[in-house]
Design a protein around this ligand. Sequence first.
Ligand code: ATP
Ligand code: MG
Length: 563
Amino acid sequence: MRYSKLFIPTLREVPAEAEIESHKLMIRAGLIRRFASGIYNFLPLGYKVFRKIENIIREEMDNQGGQELHMSALIPAEVLKESGRWEVFGPEMFKLRDRGGREFCLGPTHEESFTVSVRNEIRSYKQLPQILYQIQTKYRDEIRPRFGVMRSREFVMKDAYSFDKNDEGLNISYKKMHDAYCAIFDRCGLDYTVVQADSGAMGGSGSEEFMVKSTVGEATIAYCDNCGYAANDEKAECLEPEDNGTGRGVLEKVHTPDVGTIEDLCEFFNCKAGQFAKTLIYKADDHVIAAVIRGDRDLNETKLQNLLGCVELEMADPETIKRVTQADVGFAGPKDLKIRTIADFEVKHMTDFISGANETDYHLKNVNIDDCSINEFADIRNIVEGDKCPLCENPVKIDRGIEVGHIFKLGTKYSEALGCKFLDENGRENPMIMGSYGIGVARTMAAVIEQNCDEKGIVWPLGVAPYQVIIIPVNTSKEEQVEIAENLYKEFKEMGVDVLIDDRKERAGVKFNDADLIGIPIRITVGKMAGDGIVEYKLRKEADRIDVPVADVIRKAKIDLCL
Ligand code: ATP
Ligand code: MG
């Protein structure tokens, strides 16, 4: 393509709306533009990369026997009511009505649509297994849309669903999707880790996430260098610590007016946050419960929710807290609390600790677990760096990751709810065993940029680059430069290479900056030495520039293009 004819609005300035590198570069390189909060439009260069990623996904899904189809984004409420998710999704789901008042949503995911389609068409074990997929737009009214297309409210997902007659079959389908995902992310040039993920309280026997390690990732990964264990923070298990003996102090009530935060308490009692037991009051569906963790820890709401088996879990409001603790917010404690109380394993082994007294302006000192009314102990906190690996007990490390893909053994959760059954070899009716598998196309693109950029711009890996080669005639009024550049352009095109010629009447500096910003892997500059039949050859990812005789350019590029 000819640069002069293309719509690639590059920007020199760093856009104020963008916080992270990939977002800044996607705007600066003219790949995307913001349309509304969490809603982005793809411009030609961005859409070219988008389609390359889409095609990689498509090829690898097809390689594993996946069949592509396309479902409506508009989903009638009934199917989500049947599965029980109409309520579960809450405000994240965009709901709407048609002119006749019938309810719909814009699909946040498509388990129900696929399950209903298969239910309506497939009857016999002879028709199984099936792996069906689509590359289609999803809508989620995210609380915090951020980082551009990394977390947006409209985004394209490749979502796949497998239907099998037994667990053995599911394991095979799941493995196929696992392998497809590895191939996809490899071809995208990503450095990623597969981590164990939570599969929820209701069914589901296994789940893994594909994480791209990155400081801007919103997910937390715990991993062990010793045994290879890796899990996200919702799944990573914290082992029960060793017994700490018994406390010796005498329980004492202390007047603590105006001592609100943990920091204030540390100062007041002259101790560390780890010596407090923090009591958090939650609403779990229709019940109010208390969760107790060490003062320096964070509660993991997924672990707590799985333990309780509740659909909704949220922090209680101040009135509720006052009602159940008889005290203002900030003075709850596990002694004499009249509601169901769950404490983290660590709390079980704390001695002589400090907690709220369930009385406004008072705390208790030298509390021991025997003083408290705790119903059960469980793992309900976030894992932290240095905690023991649940497999080999070596200290774990913590990193941040961008979740680009998620594979999930669903079991019969949807097939039972929606009556998706088949007749087995003995003529008996059974629910199909399902799996679901998702990749965010644009999030993958942003993750590729996060891992492949420098101070000048994007450094596209070959497989997803919008153009693989850019040819820059330095001075378009010099005939010999133009001629060599045009001939090379023609040759690359005939070879089927995605090639761009920068035929704009711009200064060389502008062309070089744009080529670096938009990240084209191979740059061929036709400049002063054109008269001697020499051009400059440079890879975007390397600093070296080399002079190459025109006759050798194609041969050299073929090697770098792996042709
Ligand atoms: P997250 O925890 O990041 O919100 P999720 O668990 O909701 O993700 P899934 O429902 O498993 O994600 O969706 C599958 C894939 O879709 C994710 O791995 C991710 O690549 C992509 N994805 C999910 N939400 C968004 C979003 N808001 N914007 C862009 N991509 C998304
Ligand atoms: Mg989400």
